[in-house]
Design a protein. Structure first.
Length: 105
């Protein structure tokens, strides 16, 4: 989840620690990043997808123009065994590029 826009491990937080903070889960993300994942085939089984999407959103909020190495670093805590990770990195980069162009998709 994102806590005040920063990725945190929700499983390591107690509920009271989030009091007074803005909490965003995968359900609160817009459609842009999930659509980029769908369009580029970065989603298969879906097990890792929520964590990857939230981590990617946190990265793009902090850095709207990340280099590939920065994307990989931001997603390092998430493991995907289905897509080979390449399409995930491509989807995050594509979404960043779309945002810079002002495209909402």
């Amino acid at each position: 989840m994102l806590l005040d826009g920063q990725p945190v491990n929700s499983c390591l937080m107690l509920t009271f620690q989030a009091a007074g903070h803005e909490v965003t889960t995968v359900e609160g993300l817009g459609s842009g990043l999930p659509n980029a994942f769908l369009q580029l085939g970065a989603v298969q089984c879906g097990y890792c997808t929520p964590g990857v999407l939230v981590a990617a959103e946190g990265l793009l909020c902090a850095n709207p123009d990340p280099a590939e190495a920065e994307i990989r670093h931001a997603l390092a805590g998430n493991i995907c065994r289905c897509t080979g990770f390449e399409t995930i990195v491509q989807a995050v980069a594509a979404r960043a590029a779309a945002c810079r162009r002002g495209t909402r998709q």
